[in-house]
Design a protein around this ligand. Structure first.
Ligand SMILES: Nc1ncnc2c1ncn2[C@@H]1O[C@H](COP(=O)(O)OP(=O)(O)OP(=O)(O)O)[C@@H](O)[C@H]1O
Ligand SMILES: [Mg+2]
Length: 348
C-alpha cells in the first residue's frame, strides 16, 4: 500500500551506532558502525552486527574498523559503503529509500565541506534530497523540547567517540563544545587499568561489558564483583579474574569530571538571560553514554542544575532528524531560521 510519508528518513551516523528512523515506522535500523575487511586485499567481508560479532575474534588477515572517529567520518569510502549496505537492508524490507528525503545528523562545529560530503553519501544512494542537522538540535527535537521558544535549553550528548554540550534557543545553537571523550574512551581506560594493575590484556568488548555492568559515576554502595576473561601477560595464558565496581569507579572519575568541566565552560559563555532558564529547566542528557549508571545524578550533584535523562537516550537524535521530515525539506532547509517549522517538528 502506498503511504504518503514513506519517503522520509532520519539517519544518525554515529561513531559506535547507526540508526535509521522512518516517519510512521520509528527506528527501522540499528546497527554498530563497523566494517570487517581483509587486510591483504582491502575487500569488505561484513558490516554492522555481523562485523561487530567478529571484534576480537578475527583471524590475522581480517580486521574490524570504525569508519567514524570521534564523531566524524574518518574513512569516507568505508563509511559510504557501510551506509549503502544499511540503506539497501532497509530498502530490501520496505523498498522506500529511493527518491526519499533524508535528514542526517552531524556533530556540531564540523565544516561546510564535511557537511556536504556527508549529504552526498546519501544523495548518491538514490535519495532525492539530503540535509544535515546538528546532533544536539536533533536530540532536542527528538526529546520534545520547545527549542524554538526564546528560552534556553541545554543538551548534553555523550556518544561513543565524542561528547557534545550545546545551548539551544530560538531554533539555533547559541554555544556548543565538543570533547573527544565518550563511551569508547572509558573502554580504553578500563583496558589500560586492567593491564597496568593485573598484567592482563582484555578485549574491547569485555571492557564495554564491564562498563555497562558495573561502572558507576557515583560511589557504588555495595562493591559488586564481576568475572572477566583475558590474557595473562606473564604466563601468556588465558585467565579468568574478577574486578570490582569500586575499582572501576576510580577510573571513571576523570571522565565524569571532564564532562562537568565542559558543561561549566559552556554555561560560562551562556548569555545571562538564558542562564536563568538553565537553572530552572535543567539539562537534557542523551547518547548511549548517558546510560552510564549514576551519571545523571553525578552531573546534577556537581553542577547544581537538574539533569534529565532522555526517555530514549540512544534514539532521540535519529527520532529528531526523522521528525524534521514531516515537513517539506524545502521549507526547513535552512532550519535555524525557520522556527515555525522547528516548533511544529518538536511538537509532533
Ligand atoms: N547501558 C549502558 N551503559 C553504559 N554505556 C552504554 C550503555 N549502552 C550503551 N553505552 C555506550 O554508549 C556508547 C554508544 O553511544 P551512541 O550510540 O550514542 O554513540 P554514537 O552516536 O555512535 O557515537 P558518537 O555520537 O560519538 O558519534 C558506547 O560507547 C556504548 O558502550
Ligand atoms: Mg551520537
Amino acid at each position: 500500500m502506498f503511504k504518503r510519508f514513506e519517503q522520509m528518513f532520519g539517519v544518525d551516523l554515529g561513531t559506535c551506532n547507526t540508526l535509521i528512523y522512518q516517519q510512521g515506522n520509528g527506528i527501522v535500523l540499528r546497527e554498530p558502525s563497523v566494517v570487517a575487511i581483509r587486510k591483504d586485499t582491502g575487500q569488505i567481508e561484513a558490516f554492522g552486527e555481523e562485523a561487530y560479532a567478529m571484534i576480537g575474534r578475527t583471524p590475522a588477515n581480517l580486521e574490524v574498523i570504525h569508519p567514524l572517529k570521534e564523531g566524524v567520518v574518518a574513512n569516507f569510502d568505508m563509511a559510504a559503503a557501510m551506509l549503502k549496505h544499511f540503506i539497501s537492508k532497509v530498502q530490501g524490507r520496505y523498498n522506500w529509500f529511493r527518491g526519499s528525503q533524508v535528514y542526517i545528523s552531524v556533530r556540531c562545529g564540523i565544516t561546510e565541506v564535511q557537511k556536504r560530503a556527508v549529504e552526498n553519501m546519501v544523495v548518491h544512494k538514490g535519495s532525492k534530497r539530503s540535509v544535515t542537522i546538528e546532533e544536539p538540535l536533533a536530540a532536542a527535537i527528538g526529546a520534545g523540547l520547545p527549542i524554538s521558544d526564546p528560552i534556553g535549553n541545554m543538551v548534553v550528548d555523550i556518544g561513543g567517540g565524542t561528547s557534545q554540550v550545546a545551548l539551544i534557543s530560538l531554533g539555533g545553537i547559541v554555544v556548543s563544545q565538543n570533547i573527544r571523550l565518550g563511551g569508547m574512551s572509558i573502554d580504553r581506560d578500563i583496558i589500560e587499568y586492567v593491564k597496568k594493575t593485573y598484567n592482563v590484556i582484555i578485549g574491547e568488548r569485555t571492557a564495554e561489558e564491564i562498563k555497562k555492568t558495573i561502572a558507576s559515576a557515583v560511589m557504588p554502595e555495595a562493591d559488586i564483583r564481576m568475572d572477566i576473561r583475558g590474557n595473562d601477560l606473564v604466563a601468556g595464558l588465558p585467565i579468568t579474574m574478577s574486578i570490582t565496581s569500586k575499582e572501576i569507579y576510580e577510573i571513571f572519575d576523570h571522565f565524569s569530571m571532564s564532562i562537568v568541566e565542559s558543561i561549566r565552560q559552556t554555561m560560562e559563555q551562556c548569555p545571562p538571560e538564558l542562564a536563568g532558564d538553565l537553572m530552572e529547566r535543567g539539562i537534557l542528557l542523551c547518547g548511549g553514554g548517558a546510560l552510564l549508571q549514576g551519571l545523571d545524578q553525578r552531573l546534577q550533584q556537581e553542577i547544581g542544575v537538574p539533569v534529565h535523562l532522555a526517555e530514549f537516550p540512544m534514539e532521540c537524535i535519529a527520532q529528531g532528524a526523522g521528525r524534521m521530515l514531516s515537513f517539506k525539506a524545502e521549507s526547513i532547509g535552512n532550519y535555524t531560521s525557520s522556527n515555525e517549522a522547528l516548533e511544529a517538528a518538536a511538537n509532533q
